[in-house]
Design a protein around this ligand. Structure first.
Ligand code: NAD
Ligand code: IPM
Ligand code: MN
Length: 396
């Protein structure tokens, strides 16, 4: 059996960690009797700087012709932050309607963590289930002087949105006088000179319900008695009050799983203090992004945290981390998150034994505690870590 895989190494440490993941996956294929046909795509900062194109329209059908995507990271200090991430990474998530972002954070043996709230001999088994297509990631917004007038559109598989938005600054603010640093003229008399920026958060009922149902199914299949859900309906009730209501509707179908709703600030407070209380954490898009980095910190680092972006008919696997420009090219990148993302990809393809073998070898390697990557206190460069894992997979 041969699988067509789209490989997008991307920027910064992306190519470094993806190279190692591909070595390990190929070795697993040889051992378990399948082949990977790797179709590499050049998208990322270099491609953009050379061609002026972030992701051509043709890329979507080329990617769709593959079984799944393995992706490194996007983002480069030579390119302003935003457009590359939006028009490439987010575009793929939205276009293929990959509405489920699974971000497991499971403790590894012997791995140093920055908290002492995990009892000896126990480990975390957190699964962040992040909504991946809506919320403040809609890309609806803009900036303007004295207000805003413009039209916007957004496309999802569930719906399209088009419209015009207009607002104007007016000299009728609260009569509290100027803020620090403002003259009275700036504060009240000349609001048309004020510059504004805005971004619309948006949720659909179907978008909320489908991700909530997934989270409950994961909780149920793990045998969990509770599911945490992050919200912030106290400050942003229009958006997250709606989120809470839709999640509650779905919760009615799962009477055996208790829904524990928490404001995101409290959740971030409780998570490092009582990490063992958490299992599946359901989050809207933005909070899920943040909580998944926090959870990765609790297991030892971003270099250990894999992720899967799943839709109903396509999937895209990537480490939780970004392009880490601060360590790119130094050999200090930990490739284990990319390798473990590759294992998730193999599991998605149905190559369960190969996936388990890779995860087992990562555990065994960490349990040994020798030749560790820089992130975990060692001095072993990225290729050497990949080589150790490749050798371990091939040796059996
Ligand atoms: P980052 O995840 O790239 O790095 C955060 C910190 O973690 C850095 O100190 C980095 O050195 C460290 N780190 C990350 N991965 C590591 C690894 N595998 N091994 C060792 N250390 C690792 O986040 P950032 O610095 O905020 O973002 C840098 C760029 O990456 C930005 O352009 C951002 O938009 C982009 N980004 C992309 C993705 C993605 O492609 N999925 C995810 C996050 C950030
Ligand atoms: C991630 C990243 C992306 C996100 C950025 C690069 C757009 O942080 O995959 O976690 O916020 O989803
Ligand atoms: Mn992130």
């Amino acid at each position: 059996m041969d699988y067509d895989i789209a490989v997008v190494p991307g920027d910064g440490i992306g190519p470094e960690v993806i190279d190692q993941a591909l070595r390990v996956l190929t070795a697993a294929g040889s051992r378990f009797g399948f082949g990977l046909k790797l179709n590499e795509f050049p998208y990322g900062a270099n491609h953009y700087l050379k061609t002026g194109v972030i992701l051509p329209e043709s890329a979507f059908s080329e990617l769709a012709a593959c079984k799944a995507i393995l992706f490194g990271a996007v983002g480069d200090p030579r390119v302003p932050m935003g457009p590359l991430e939006q028009e490439f990474l987010l575009a793929i998530r939205f276009r293929f309607d990959l509405y489920v972002n699974l971000r497991p954070a499971k403790s590894f043996p012997k791995t140093k963590v920055p908290i002492n709230t995990i009892p000896e001999g126990q480990g975390l088994d957190i699964l962040v289930v992040r909504e991946n297509t809506e919320d403040f990631y809609m890309g609806l917004g803009g900036r303007g002087l004295g207000g805003f007038e413009g039209s916007f559109q957004a496309k999802r598989r569930l719906y399209g949105l088009t419209g015009d938005l207009k607002f104007q600054a007016a000299p009728n603010g609260h009569p509290t006088g100027p803020q620090a640093g403002q003259t009275a003229g700036q504060a009240a008399n000349r609001p048309q000179d004020e510059e504004f920026a805005f971004s619309l958060g948006l949720l659909s009922a179907t978008g909320c319900r489908r991700i909530a149902a997934k989270a409950f199914e994961f909780a149920k299949s793990r045998g969990d008695k509770a599911l945490h859900v992050a919200s912030k309906a106290n400050a942003v009730p229009q958006l997250y009050g709606f989120w809470d209501a839709k999640v509650n509707e779905v919760a009615a179908n799962y009477p055996d799983v208790a829904l524990k709703r928490m404001n995101i600030d409290n959740l971030c407070y409780q998570l490092p203090r009582s990490p063992m209380d958490f299992g599946v954490i359901l989050c809207p898009n933005l909070f899920g992004d943040i909580v998944s980095d926090l959870a990765s910190s609790l297991i030892g680092g971003l270099g250990l945290a894999p992720s899967a972006n799943l839709g109903d008919d396509f999937a895209f696997f990537e480490p939780v981390h970004g392009s880490a420009p601060d360590i790119a090219g130094t050999g200090k990148a930990n490739p284990l998150a990319a390798i473990l993302s590759g294992a998730l990809l193999l599991r998605y393809l149905g190559e369960t034994q190969a996936a388990e073998a890779i995860e087992g070898e990562v555990q065994a390697y960490l349990a040994k505690g020798a030749d560790l990557p820089f992130e975990l206190g060692g001095q072993t460069p990225v290729e050497k870590v990949g080589q150790i894992l490749t050798a371990a997979i091939s040796a059996k």
